[in-house]
Design a protein around this ligand. Sequence first.
Ligand code: SF4
Length: 365
Amino acid sequence: MERLHIAFFGPVNSGKSTLINAICGQEVSLVSPVPGTTTDPVRKLAELPGLGPCVLIDTAGLDDESLLGAERRRRTLAILDQTDVAVVISAPDFGTLPSQLGIPVVHYTRGESVESLLQRIIAVRPREEARFLTGDLVESGDTVLLVMPQDSEAPKGRLILPQVQVIRELLDRGCNALCCTPASLASALEKTTPNLVITDSQVFGLVDAAIPADMPLTSFSILLAAAKGDVTTFLEGARAIDRLKPDSRVLIAEACTHVPDTEDIGRIKIPAMLRRRVEMPGQAGHDQLQIDIAAGNDFPDDLAPYDLIIHCGACIANAQLVRARIRKALLAGVPITNYGIALAKLQGILDRIAIPYSRTRRQSS
Ligand code: SF4
């Protein structure tokens, strides 16, 4: 289940942090009578009655006039991209902005109980039809083979969130989930003929070469794109890879901030594949493909200079954020795709990829 993102907006010292602390029943945000105590947005994961898992986001004051005020205000407004419900405190003018963006707003007045506020959030929260990550690609009784490299990029001692979510979903749906690494793929295929193979996008080419051409294949990143983004837009966006020239400019957008390692997919692998495809060694201007990285909330306001945006799988972000970025890209006329679809395109196998809810193939048993 995706966490509901509830963001709190209001002027400096309007009681946003105090309210979040009251909701959580603990001191999450530093509370102080000194105006401007909250500078950057502060996040708290909480399980709230009637709402389930939530992210509460405390923001800087909208009227912060300190030296850094303009930058803080920009960061506060950027939070709207990931806001499912906006709680607005003493800021009647600001109240219209989330509404214009289609974000439900709850106006909080001092003295209202936490229980009453939560009830009002429950009443306005967006309710989307629950969709399976694996969509219509599996049925109860299917065997699904998951190919999960455990290389230096994998976190030590645990699986990453999309892998855990997919395994849990397959078990809930009555499927058999069989896990392997690229190294043990051949022996796994000797033991079973899966109805679907889900792989890490980085080894798409290797897995495609190892399985029969009619065996449905997809990736964790593509499942996320279908669940959180707009897979049609992403597929269309991937075509722009064919139009890139050596002097094009590409934005790699990450939804979180993390410390990249030498195998980083967005910073190392995809840029290297793009350069191999687009640049022409030995010819003038062969080394000019400009690739910018935007991490976390630093998604640029001005997208016009870009020829293509490649967005990460957004595993720890909500659908609201991905959709807001897709909207901005489309408004700026810039094609946008995501890691999984870009990797399938770059490895020449986009046409054989199974996409949830797109009536693509599944192998009969
Ligand atoms: S949010 Fe994006 S950049 Fe961060 S770990 Fe998930 S896929 Fe990678």
